[in-house]
Write a protein that binds this ligand. Structure first.
Ligand SMILES: [Zn+2]
Ligand SMILES: [Zn+2]
Length: 255
């Protein structure tokens, strides 16, 4: 049985002392592919994910400007993103979107940088990885007006209604550690209704570790716990969750 962690931040300083062991633990747990999200600390460095993908066969990467860092983006950033998307291990632009919880960048700047990155992804024929926090309606509205392809709704934290909106737009819904939290009943309901051919799993490591590791630093090996929860919620064998989420990832990202 093998798994794909479709979203992790292994470039984080939190892994500086034991990154190699963390990667080996993931592989030993059956996590045979991991996506190193490349947003890092923001522009001008756009290669936080690529450094891992260049070094380890198990890693793929994204490139992109996180909404937190939108104010750091320039014309040069956008030109570089277009170039980096040609790298064979870069599977998507992400994570991009809107974050109104922290408002680290002004909202109009977040929107413009999100729109510009959708244009770059479309020109490159690549999917997008969406981060949206307390900004659901604006995110969906911008996707409806500016995006025609597919992508990943990362760390999905809505309910069945939001899941349906994402699915209608052609997106895959990626569940992370929070789906294992006992009070996350709306997210769990969304996990029950998402079609098997549109579901993905992720850790978002080092953040939001699943039960029973909740509160600890998260790492890709723990994606198995999220898969286990999905199996329980959906009444499907763990083997099926492993196989379908891996096949979904391959269909979306590897071609
Ligand atoms: Zn995110
Ligand atoms: Zn992330």
């Amino acid at each position: 049985m093998t798994f794909v962690d479709s979203h992790c931040h292994l470039d984080s300083k939190q892994f500086d002392s034991d990154r190699e062991e963390v990667i080996q633990r993931a592989i030993a747990s059956g996590v045979e592919k991991m996506v190193a999200i490349g947003t890092g600390d923001g522009p001008p460095d756009l290669e936080a994910g690529l450094r891992l993908a260049d070094r380890y066969p198990a890693f793929y990467a994204t490139v992109g400007v996180h909404p937190h860092d939108a104010a750091k983006a320039s014309e040069e950033t956008f030109a570089q993103l277009g170039e980096l998307l040609k790298h064979p291990k870069v599977i998507a632009i992400g994570e991009i979107g809107l974050d109104y919880r922290y408002d680290f960048s002004p909202r109009d700047v977040q929107k413009n940088v999100f729109i510009e990155q959708m244009r770059i992804a479309r020109d490159a024929g690549k999917p997008i990885v969406i981060h949206t926090r307390e900004a659901w309606d604006d995110t969906i509205a911008l996707l409806r007006s500016h995006w025609k392809g597919t992508g990943i709704m990362h760390c999905f934290s809505g309910g069945p209604e939001e899941a349906r909106q994402a699915l209608d737009l052609g997106f895959y819904v990626s569940f992370g550690g929070i789906v294992t939290f006992p009070k996350a009943t709306q997210i769990q309901e969304a996990a029950r209704i998402t079609p098997h051919d549109r579901i993905l799993i992720e850790t978002d490591a080092p953040y939001l570790a699943p039960v029973p590791k909740r509160g600890k630093r998260n790492e890709p090996a723990y994606v198995v716990e999220t898969a286990r929860k999905l199996a329980e919620l959906r009444g499907e064998p763990l083997e099926d969750i492993a196989a379908t989420t891996s096949a979904n990832f391959a269909r979306l990202a590897l071609h």
